[in-house]
Design a protein around this ligand. Structure first.
Ligand SMILES: [Cu+2]
Length: 447
């Protein structure tokens, strides 16, 4: 924080760091709510490496008398595409779901206009940002709601840096279930280090009943569309990085009910910050999965020293499925051949599913209801990628001429899992295993 750093340099003669900390904290408490220590507007490229919002954009701004001026327009966004085959009429900002990423620099004075084109009032809350109470955006508590057709003005000086978010604080249940949210990134004024690649993701969840075109805001448990930046795999763009890049990934969660353990393959990372600020180095333990609870952000960093195509996804297995129904009977291990024969007599093409597991179901080209993608994944370099929802790919390459999608990774010789040869099996196991599928005998009716 700028105020604290200034105090540090000013009071360097003081004996202990602890005393300094105490002084700084006391001074911060006594300081006015908005100390307004303004700096000239931070410049992209010079003061910071711009954040990449995969499948998203940054919110443009202009500078008026040294103030960064942004404009958000809350409105319906028709036909938002979650992945090819799944569209919905959502609510968002500036024609996008979710809203564009707001990006600024510590010490910037920002003025944010919010125009309401929704059929009901709204407001804008700046999650995690330290600001005067009247700018906090809680309808009824700190401001009047923004009525349809009105434009409100928010203005404050950013006196911290980190990963924050914005969302309405009026009828949140509906407005956030419809997609109204975005990331708010504040870069440090004097960074200790700068990432080569800096990505931002908003995690959220939706209930879109197959065949319908509007998310259902009443849903509390059965979310069926789990998204990264409002896209589900295969609609999610990959993250492309060069070998050796310092990679930062910012994750925010404004879903309704679910926490998401986001897991990265091929690497470990360190959690360097939350929406409360930076974590001191001594507290940054290594992880491969970071739990991003509802209403929090987590920022992780690692050096991309391991080339390849690496999955990054929520580790909740039902969060990497698209529109999976959850009220189905468990058919694993059931012999359904007699049933299929009977049903096929009056429903040609009928097939009971799930008795041998559900892998590959998305690849069967089944007839599905209009506007739905149950179980759909995508073709990969080695077959079908049986994933959906909160899943994307980190693509790390030895050399790149641009950060456009470089295609699939070519595995170097000797580094590819594949079918074992009989010679290998004989040499190492001493025999060739019987690989016939084992099946438990069909269950008998118990009553
Ligand atoms: Cu999840």
């Amino acid at each position: 924080m700028i105020t604290r750093r200034k105090l540090f340099t000013g009071a360097a003669a003081l004996a202990s760091v602890a005393a300094l900390e105490r002084t700084a904290r006391a001074a911060e408490k006594a300081a006015p709510a908005d100390p307004g220590e303004r700096f000239p507007p931070g410049e992209s490229g010079k003061d910071y490496t711009p954040v990449v919002t995969p499948n998203g954009v940054a919110l443009p701004f202009k500078i008026v008398d040294g103030v960064k001026v942004f404009h958000l327009i809350a409105e319906e966004v028709p036909n938002h595409e979650f992945a090819p085959g799944l569209l919905a009429h959502c609510w968002g900002y500036n024609g996008r779901v979710h809203g564009p990423t707001i990006e600024a620099v510590e010490g910037d004075r920002v003025r944010i206009y919010v125009t309401n084109r929704l059929p009901e009032p709204t407001s804008s809350h700046w999650h995690g940002i330290l600001l005067p109470s009247g700018m906090d955006g809680v309808a009824g508590l700190t401001q009047k709601p923004i009525e349809p057709g009105e434009t409100f003005k928010y203005e404050f000086t950013l006196r911290q840096h980190g990963t924050y978010m914005y969302h309405p604080h009026f009828d949140e249940m509906t407005q956030m279930a419809m997609g109204m949210m975005g990331m708010f990134i504040v870069h440090p004024r004097n960074p200790k280090r700068r990432p080569d690649r800096d990505f931002a993701y908003m995690l959220s969840e939706w209930k879109i009943v197959p065949g319908t075109m509007r998310p259902d805001p009443m849903e509390m448990t059965e979310f069926n569309t789990l998204t990264l930046n409002a896209k589900c795999f295969p609609g999610t763009a990959p993250m492309v990085v060069k070998k050796g890049d310092l990679v930062r990934i910012r994750l925010g969660n404004l879903g309704a009910m679910d926490h998401h353990p986001i897991h990265l393959h091929g690497y470990y990372f360190k959690v360097i910050a939350t929406d409360g600020g930076e974590i001191p180095e001594a507290g940054q333990w290594p992880e491969t999965t970071v739990l991003v609870a509802v209403g929090t952000t987590r920022t992780v960093e690692f050096i991309a020293d391991n080339p390849g195509d690496w999955a990054i996804h929520c580790h909740m297995t039902h969060h990497v499925m698209n529109q999976m129904g959850h009220g189905l009977p468990n058919l694993l291990g059931i012999d359904k051949s007699q049933l299929d024969k009977k049903v096929k007599a009056f429903l040609p093409g009928y097939m009971t599913m799930g008795q041998d597991g559900m892998g590959g179901m998305g690849d069967m080209g089944m007839h599905v209801p209009r506007n739905s993608l149950p179980m759909v994944g995508a073709p990969g370099p080695h077959g079908y990628i049986d994933m959906g929802g909160m899943f994307t790919i980190l693509k790390v390459r030895e050399s790149l001429t641009s950060y456009d999608d470089p295609g699939w990774y070519q595995t170097p010789p000797g580094t590819q899992a594949g079918l074992a040869s009989n010679a290998d099996l004989q040499r190492d196991l001493g025999f060739i295993p019987d690989a016939k599928p084992t099946a438990t005998p069909p269950r008998k009716h118990e009553h």
